[in-house]
Design a protein around this ligand. Structure first.
Ligand SMILES: Nc1ncnc2c1ncn2[C@@H]1O[C@H](COP(=O)(O)OP(=O)(O)OP(=O)(O)O)[C@@H](O)[C@H]1O
Length: 320
């Protein structure tokens, strides 16, 4: 559904010469298959929106090629636009117009008849929990309702592929979870392919079949959330010993099963341990045999933030 090779975008700086250039996207390869929900993840300024704008034909690449829904973004932009839905970060509804009129106008812009646009619009209002809001102006809707209306606008012409740029930014946790359900249903009931950018790791984890991580304009990982977590980071095992004087001895035992560097502070010793579930019983027996009493032991599954930290040395969460 999406195939990009060496796709790049450089912005000219204000001054002269190459030094001022911003390499927003530095040549990415992207493959998205039909029916996938793919999350495009990265910190501020990583190149997510620029990539999305190239794939949706709103911005010309400075190098590389891409086909979207079978059409070339550089030479067949009209066909690409007809085949996709695009919901931008800021949305595209005007606060003053009535929701139903807006969605019909939007459908007609895509070349479908008024009648088709109305019937499709009402169907989408039903599916996206917007019943009763056909006559309402967006300015009198909640943030979640407005965002769902934005998504309905992006879907009125029944595209096979939908691009969502940070669909849940600014929504409260309940509205976000609600929107995740709707996005999953797009795929499950309509067979749509969804490509979305997000800052939220929990969103990528809960919603996406696959995640692409972009950093400084390059893709640094592409896999399922679970596989990424398994590959990159072990489980974090944190021990608190009852007697801080025994921390060094506990660290020595933990070090035998650890995969990554140990951290020790006072009575607390921690390390990443791959497959901690298998190792933990032996570790506890070893500590016991050495006469080391524990205050607590905690095993934390790796998160996507750990993955990002491992890949780039930075925390996605801090950047976000
Ligand atoms: N029109 C432009 N002119 C110059 N530089 C730009 C332009 N658009 C984007 N950039 C730069 O390109 C880089 C990538 O920006 P982009 O908006 O794609 O990042 P992003 O990952 O979408 O960030 P965010 O999460 O903040 O939306 C940034 O350094 C940005 O400042």
């Amino acid at each position: 559904m999406i195939h990009a090779r060496g796709l790049a975008r450089t912005f000219e700086g204000r001054g002269r010469g190459r030094k001022d250039e911003v390499k927003a996207v530095a040549g990415v390869d992207i493959d998205v298959e039909t029916g996938e929900i793919v999350g495009f993840l990265g910190p501020n300024g990583a190149g997510k929106t620029t990539t999305l704008r190239m794939l949706t034909t709103l911005l010309k690449p400075t190098a590389g090629t891409a086909t979207v829904a079978g059409f070339d973004v550089a030479t067949q932009s009209k066909e690409v636009r007809k085949s996709i839905g695009y919901v931008s970060q800021s949305g595209s509804t005007s606060p003053e117009a009535r929701a139903g009129e807006e969605i019909m106008d939007h459908g007609m812009l895509y070349g479908i008849s008024r009648r088709q646009a109305e019937s499709r619009g009402r169907e989408l209002f039903g599916q996206l929990d917007l019943e009763g809001l056909w006559e309402r102006k967006p300015q009198a809707m909640s943030g979640g309702q407005r965002r769902r209306l934005d998504i309905a606008m992006g879907l009125v012409h029944d595209p096979q592929l939908v691009f969502l740029d940070e669909p849940t930014t600014g929504l409260d946790p309940q509205a976000r979870a609600n929107l995740w359900t709707h996005i999953s249903e797009l795929r499950d009931t309509r067979g749509a392919t969804v490509f979305l950018t997000t800052h939220y790791l929990d969103e990528a984890d809960a919603l996406c079949d696959r995640i692409l991580v972009i950093d400084h304009g390059s893709i640094v990982a592409s896999d399922t959330p679970d596989a990424l977590k398994r590959q990159v980071a072990g489980d974090l095992v944190e021990l608190v010993v009852a007697d801080a004087a025994q921390a060094a001895a506990a660290a020595e035992l933990l070090g035998r099963v650890a995969d990554a560097e140990l951290a020790a502070e006072g009575a607390t010793v921690s390390a990443r341990v791959r497959g901690a579930g298998h190792e933990i019983a032996g570790l506890i027996r070893g500590l016991d045999a050495a006469g080391i009493a524990l205050e607590s032991i905690e095993v934390r599954r790796p998160t996507l933030d750990d993955v990002f930290l491992d890949l780039t040395g930075r925390s996605l969460r801090e950047d976000a």
